[in-house]
Design a protein. Structure first.
Length: 121
């Protein structure tokens, strides 16, 4: 799960940075406000890469997905990109857990085979 979720979060890191560049063109927003909000979201993406194996990491990841969708109020294309990344996050969590379960079964079978061959000797 770690690899899939981390890949999604790193993709979001770059999308947030590019969205900040677009948001800077809005005359109602200051550059400080844009980069403060975007910077916090970008740092959160990187920190979540290390937390995705914990339940709180997945919940925070969902919160980040909602924030990306809400960013569409400032940069309209973020409605679409936020929805795309929310779908990617869902797929990363779902299939990542399946992959983790398959790896655990494989490791268990390998350990059983190893102990069986050691018992035969």
């Amino acid at each position: 799960m770690r690899t899939l979720c981390s890949s999604t979060l790193i993709g979001e890191f770059f999308v947030i940075g590019f969205a900040a560049l677009v948001a800077m063109k809005d005359p109602d927003l200051t550059m400080t406000a844009v980069w403060t909000v975007s910077g916090v979201a970008m740092v959160l993406c990187v920190l979540l890469c290390g937390m995705v194996t914990r339940p709180a990491g997945v919940v925070l990841g969902w919160a980040l997905q909602l924030a990306l969708i809400a960013a569409g109020a400032v940069v309209p294309v973020m409605y679409f990109l936020g929805a795309v990344f929310a779908a990617l996050w869902w797929a990363s969590v779902r299939f990542g857990r399946k992959i983790d379960a398959a790896k655990a079964r494989f490791a268990e079978r390998a350990a059983e085979a190893g102990s069986a061959s050691a018992d035969a000797v």
